[in-house]
Design a binder for this molecule. Structure first.
Ligand code: DSN
Length: 413
């Protein structure tokens, strides 16, 4: 009986693989790995434990992972120009928790991007930050909704003396104003933490702000969005060694025991690809996002932040309230094999989270499959046909994807 279940599981996985090869995936938090990064998954390392640091483990048999872990840490330190690099968190949220657990105490005031302003769930009261304090204050936004209002934030920092500012978000169109706020933060002994989950690959490619260089004390990130690797998290900093020790302990044993060695090995492969190709990939990704934003706008969609050329990242946001709202639009697109997510837009009440006004579109995965401006215009046209002309476009999606199956920006043959 259970062998039948195993067959069913295998078939379901095969169906997922086959289906996803023929869709346009525009989920902004995802990406695909190269064949060579995937090939090292499921190796013997998938069975093993390696608590502690290379050379100082609590288990025997870790020589090989010690070599790879030490190597990847050094490569990432050089890539991001930092003294400290933590590669053991098994996701971006675990990386955040490792840091927040050491920096935020009951009663501390923490400033974050609101959920409607794009903030990540781990920054909020129901996520990691909320485990440590209830005093969570949202950054005030400029009227366009996609930028932090620096003057108003400056005044709040002076008044509230927050312990921590958390920059970075999930709906992340433009860089954060670290440079404008670093002085007031230093004067108030406020620590700047920057969550680079969405934009890590763009930072690696030097096409987005450099948060550490601009004054963030700590950067956390996941490694599978614009940094197109396995699903893990990292933490980096240039703080002094004694302070960093707190984060080290936050990562292990604070938020993990073993750290899933085969995905780290895979991340080492991706790190080579990022070092070689991130600049080219990031330029193309941002250019593709702008092209998609412009094309959708020309087709009459209410693409957000038009006055700022729509985006400086891999994402665009569209207000689709006049087309039935984000939930309905995302469902219709999914039926046509165009996959994206509904999203709250700035200033919307939280109660609308299950039927918000917006959709969020990310072009990083289709860029990795080699798509450029022409394909972005075609995607905009397919979205228009689907949503404005009620046409079925799944065959056209399949036709478009046919020529974009190879993972680019990699050493795959
Ligand atoms: N919730 C994810 C996103 O979609 O941005 C990140 O964890």
């Amino acid at each position: 009986m259970y062998e039948r279940n195993v067959k069913w599981i295998e078939e379901t996985v095969a169906q997922q693989n086959e289906w996803r090869c023929n869709t346009l995936n525009l989920i902004a938090s995802e990406n695909v790995m190269s064949i060579r990064a995937r090939r090292v998954l499921g190796s013997d390392f998938a069975h093993r434990y390696a608590e502690g640091h290379p050379g100082e483990r609590y288990y025997q048999g870790t020589d090989k992972i010690d070599e790879i872990e030490s190597w990847v840490k050094q490569q990432l330190k050089t890539l991001f120009s930092c003294q400290h690099m933590e590669v053991r968190p098994i996701s971006g949220t675990v990386a955040n928790d490792a840091v927040f657990s050491r920096y935020i105490k009951p009663g501390d005031v923490v400033m974050v991007n609101s959920t409607a302003g794009g903030g990540h769930i781990s920054h909020h009261k129901s996520g990691s930050v909320g485990k440590y304090t209830k005093n969570i204050v949202d950054f005030p936004l400029t009227p366009d909704g996609y930028h932090i209002d620096c003057e108003a934030t400056y005044a709040l920092v002076k008044k509230l003396h927050p312990k921590v500012l958390i920059f970075g978000k999930s709906l992340f169109l433009f860089p954060e104003p670290i440079k404008d706020l670093v002085k007031i933060c230093n004067d108030n002994e406020t620590t700047i933490i920057y969550d680079a989950a969405h934009v890590l690959g763009l930072i690696a490619g030097k096409q987005f702000q450099d948060p550490l260089g601009e004054g963030a004390a700590i950067v956390t990130a996941s490694t599978h969005k614009t940094f197109f690797g396995s699903q893990r998290g990292i933490i980096m900093s240039n703080m002094d060694k004694k302070e960093w020790w707190k984060i080290d302990k936050g990562a292990f044993p604070g938020s993990s025991s073993n750290h899933h060695l085969d995905t780290l090995v895979s991340l080492a492969v991706t790190t080579c690809e990022i070092i070689a190709f991130a600049e080219e990939y990031s330029k193309q990704t941002i250019s593709n996002a702008k092209t998609l934003g412009r094309s959708l706008s020309e087709f009459g969609f209410n693409v957000q932040a038009k006055e700022f050329d729509f985006t400086e990242s891999h994402q665009v946001a569209v207000d689709v309230s006049e087309l039935g709202g984000g939930n309905e639009v995302a469902r219709i697109l999914k039926e046509n094999d165009i996959i994206l997510n509904m999203n709250l837009l700035p200033f919307e009440p939280l109660e609308r989270v299950t039927n918000p006004s917006g959709i969020r579109i990310g072009v990083q995965e289709m860029t990795r499959f080699g798509m450029k401006a022409e394909e972005m215009e075609r995607i905009a046209e397919l979205i228009k046909k689907c949503l404005k002309e009620s046409c079925s476009v799944d065959n056209e999606v399949r036709e478009l994807r046919k020529d974009f199956q190879k993972v680019h920006y990699s050493f795959d043959e």
